[in-house]
Design a protein around this ligand. Structure first.
Ligand code: SF4
Length: 195
């Protein structure tokens, strides 16, 4: 089994409930969506076996691992990877667009879902720890209300949209003012300039 990867790096979680938590980010290549504003490079850079990947993870200090992409729920060999991480005491999180709901998600410690308004009809995930929606326009209000009925989560967040480095707090504020039970999630890594 080999994993197709973009990058593995140490940083802090920049969004949502775990903001500020030191984590190892494992970014898998490939995504099943093509969001027009996507700024994540999901091109495969290298491949690693399970043992090689675990070896890379052990080389960093944090004991928290974020499995991200791309779309990690579509990656083969995830049950084995999650089991290996758990057996060595790592806290595990997954960042997903919500278009798949594999059984192994039940074994990770934290599921963060960022559903995309442009692909609303492809969302199948029904439960997450947190949901984050990017407020790209006032139309996000209706999308957020629909998502709240579809995905059960502990926390619901609206994130400001980033237009070429300009963070649009005004639209996020407008969207939040029309929703109950949603909070702002700033993308701390963009504000403070870490990755
Ligand atoms: S789901 Fe995420 S990684 Fe995939 S195209 Fe959309 S923004 Fe990019």
């Amino acid at each position: 089994m080999t994993y197709r990867l973009v990058e593995i790096f140490e940083s802090m979680q920049g969004e949502g409930r775990n903001t500020g938590r030191p984590c190892i980010f494992v970014r898998f290549a490939g995504c099943n969506l093509a969001c027009p504003w996507c700024d994540t490079d999901v091109t495969e850079r290298f491949r690693l076996s399970l043992e090689e990947l675990m070896g890379e993870v052990r080389g960093f200090r944090p004991k928290s691992v974020v499995l991200t992409g791309g779309e990690p729920t579509l990656v083969e060999g995830m049950p084995e990877l999650v089991a290996a991480l758990k057996s060595e005491g790592y806290w595990t999180a997954v960042e997903t667009n919500g278009t798949a709901d594999p059984d192994w998600l039940g074994f990770v410690d934290y599921v963060a879902c960022s559903p995309k308004q442009e692909f609303a009809d492809r969302i199948v995930l029904s439960h997450a720890d947190e949901v984050r929606v990017v407020a790209s326009s006032a139309a996000a209000v209706g999308f957020c209300r629909g998502i709240r009925g579809k995905i059960t989560a502990t926390d619901y967040y609206v994130s400001p949209c980033d237009h070429d480095g300009e963070i649009d707090f005004a639209t996020a504020k407008e969207v939040l003012s029309r929703l109950d039970g949603w909070s702002l999630s700033v993308q701390l890594h963009k504000i403070l300039g870490f990755r």
